[in-house]
Ligand binder design. Structure first.
Ligand code: NAP
Length: 247
């Protein structure tokens, strides 16, 4: 088992939803957290306060991770603040759902930029620091949509499937170094992203989930903690946290 106390994690999009739960669960295990956010400073500041309240250490950094300069600054700020980076959780993501016929080039590019190109931006700058760690971890939050496809989600599915291929290839390249690279593929999780779906669509989805409910952000966060703590010999994998919706 890897001791997580005093390790340092960057969680992109760590201020809300799944990212907030990941930040909190890692903090409960003694990890110092760099909470990245894009637009909602007050939400990120509240998250920092919540972590400090349980005796943890956290620091918020604004960065649009689809912008390479912002991503570089995010990693620099993490190192300035905490001196190292052991864990990178690429969680930031957006949806702009439209059927392909109605999908604009802008909506295609934006979703690919935020969900996929961002991962190049953060990982390329964080990697030298992760290689110095005795237990480097890269965890990419992909999606069931990257595995099974989703109606009105060609842009999102392409980005999330891209993350899976990227995960496997980087895992191969880094295997000897001890840095593990894995993807987590959540099913439908109760966050604002899912709340944005029309109620009847959501009801239809839940009725198809074998466990008949949405997952919780904490259930995804448990997967991240597991990979960080007990995942030294797990690399290049997809961890499906989806109530049995895709097997
Ligand atoms: P969410 O509640 O909408 O939160 C998104 C987070 O990402 C926020 O912290 C947001 O920061 C941040 N963010 C958005 N664009 C960003 C950018 N360009 N740069 C930096 N941060 C940015 O989303 P969620 O539901 O928790 O989803 C988190 C991840 O899980 C995403 O990658 C999503 O695709 C994936 N996922 C979600 C589900 C689900 O059912 N919810 C299922 C499968 C996979 P601000 O608030 O400051 O903008």
């Amino acid at each position: 088992m890897t001791e997580l106390n005093n390790k340092v994690a960057i969680v992109t999009g760590g201020s809300r939803g799944i990212g907030a739960a990941i930040s909190m669960e890692l903090a409960k295990n003694g990890v110092k957290i760099v909470i990245n956010y894009n637009s909602k400073k007050e939400v990120a500041d509240k998250m920092v306060a919540d972590i400090k309240e349980i005796g943890g250490e956290a620091y918020a950094v604004q960065a649009d991770v689809s912008n390479s300069k912002d991503a570089e600054n995010l990693v620099k700020e993490a190192v300035n603040q905490f001196g190292r980076v052991d864990i990178l959780v690429n969680n930031a993501g957006i949806t702009r759902d439209r059927t392909f016929k109605k999908l604009s080039e802008e909506d295609w590019r934006k979703v690919i930029d935020v969900n996929l190109n961002s991962v190049y931006n953060t990982t390329s700058v964080a990697l030298p620091h992760l290689l110095e760690s005795d237990a480097g971890r890269i965890i990419n939050i992909s999606s069931i949509i990257g595995q099974a496809g989703g109606f009105g989600q060609t842009n999102y599915a392409a980005a999330k499937a891209g993350l899976i291929g990227y995960t496997k290839s980087l895992a191969l390249e880094l295997a000897k170094s001890g840095v593990t690279v894995n993807a987590i593929c959540p099913g439908f999780i109760g966050t604002e992203m899912v709340a944005a779906m029309p109620e009847n669509v959501l009801e239809g989805i839940v009725s198809k989930v074998p466990q008949r409910r949405l997952g919780t952000p904490e259930e995804v966060a448990s997967g991240v903690v597991f990979l960080c703590k007990d995942g030294a010999y797990i690399t290049g994998q997809q961890l499906n946290i989806n109530g049995g919706l895709y097997m």
